[in-house]
Design a protein around this ligand. Sequence first.
Ligand code: COA
Length: 258
Amino acid sequence: MSIITVETADRIAWLTINRPEKLNALNAEVLKELECAFAGLEHDPAVGVVVVTGSGEKAFVAGADIAELKDLDSASARRVALSGQAVFERIERMPKPVIAMVNGFALGGGCELALACHVRVASENARFGLPEVSLGIIPGYGGTQRLPRLVGKGVALDMILSAEMVGSADALRMGLVSRVFPQAELKAGTEKLAKTLLTRGPLAQAHALTAVHQGLEMPLDKGLQFEAALFGLLATSEDMKEGMGAFLEKRPAQFKGR
Ligand code: COA
């Protein structure tokens, strides 16, 4: 891999997109490397949480690479959207928590990348937006689908149709991010969150991710049945015995993920 770096320490994989001279814009190479990196991280037993971020002070990811998009014909534009969507779907389906650590501009494909992650945290200088309609296109890596599911149709349509950016205070208010840190504290705050996530039951987290993602696509009664089925499955796990035993014995749980 030449553009993406992954550094793992204490079971946290820090995945950084390194193209700061182009504000970490997503070209075909970055998308291929993202796919590859997540394929490895999914099955890496040394990794319990993934943090995705962009290099430099200025940008998380400033979008899909406009230079690569400008000459696409209809069939290839559709293919580009589908293949970007597939990469982001893989991220969303990761069975371990994925945090987007948004350290600056998260625009277009960058905002969509953050939307595909499970938790979004941001620095006070972060800016979010879907500027596609100002380029004569629409978001194509899931933005028209994930943003309204996350923040509601009204706010999502405002962002999509106006193409205006919002700052992290507004992003927090609308539920686009769940935590905001001063710029100098972003990494430490994210690491603290990641370490907290690592103390929880990994099998339970994987099932919670499945329950929320798949359940949101079901009518409520089916979603509730699905939740109960996963709840039942977890009752057979060693992790459940350990979690409850540790509580009753007043000691920290040592989960094994089985
Ligand atoms: N695709 C390709 N290149 C991009 C890019 C993108 N999405 N976003 C930024 N860049 C490049 C710029 O072309 C510039 O390259 P250059 O130095 O070779 O000219 C470099 O990154 C720095 O960006 P620049 O525009 O000079 O920085 P800025 O501080 O003036 O503005 C932004 C920052 C984020 C407001 C501006 O870069 C921007 O609007 N980017 C495009 C955002 C967008 O529309 N994304 C959706 C794409 S579908």
